[in-house]
Design a protein around this ligand. Structure first.
Ligand SMILES: [Zn+2]
Length: 192
């Protein structure tokens, strides 16, 4: 088999919060309020939003995604970083080495993140059964082909394998807009 199809999910800027930061921003004992399940099992969008403040500007209404994580993480599109005046590197989720921080403001307080602002590396979530079927392993990189009038190839798409994952390609809004992608559209993963 030389290719297979994957649905694309386009991620808008968002924030994952630690328990400590949830309480600092929303008050002691606060529990996140789920509004919508996301495509990956157990992940959800929350009613809660925050304001991000960078050296050059701020952004209101940035969505909190649950559940709580060990360390807070802000995921931005490159366009957002210009507005805020931060220069995060492209990183895999959870890798905060060399990343900048930001001030985060909630209804009950604010926190100064020392690190954890990233432009998320595009990636494919895949279940081990599918990974085996396509001879892929965690940490591999593949190419994804986009058709249509603004088509092209996403190079170096990271493969992330876990029994908790459903098949899904995650890109950010800049990447989605550049290729005129629609949420849920099927794209072609090219295998060597
Ligand atoms: Zn993802």
């Amino acid at each position: 088999m030389s290719s297979f199809q994957v649905p694309v999910g386009i991620s808008n800027r968002h924030i994952h919060l630690s328990e400590e930061h949830i309480e600092a921003l929303f008050g002691p004992g606060h529990q996140l309020t789920k509004t919508k399940d996301l495509s990956q099992p157990g992940q959800f969008a929350c009613e809660e939003t925050v304001t991000l403040i960078g050296p050059k500007g701020k952004m209101d209404g940035v969505r909190v995604l649950g559940p709580a994580r060990k360390a807070s993480q802000v995921e931005l599109a490159a366009t957002d970083t210009f507005k805020l005046g931060v220069k995060p590197p492209v990183k895999d989720s959870g890798d905060h080495e060399g990343t900048p921080g930001l001030e985060v403001v909630g209804p009950k307080g604010s926190v100064q993140m020392e690190a954890g602002v990233i432009i998320a590396a595009r990636h494919i979530h895949i279940h081990p059964d599918d990974a085996q079927k396509y001879n892929l392993k965690d940490g591999d990189h593949v190419q994804v082909r986009v058709g249509g009038p603004r088509g092209g190839i996403f190079d170096r798409v990271l493969i992330r394998v876990s029994p908790n994952y459903d098949l899904d390609l995650h890109v950010d809004t800049d990447e989605g807009n550049a290729f005129s992608l629609k949420n849920g559209e099927l794209l072609e993963v090219v295998l060597d």
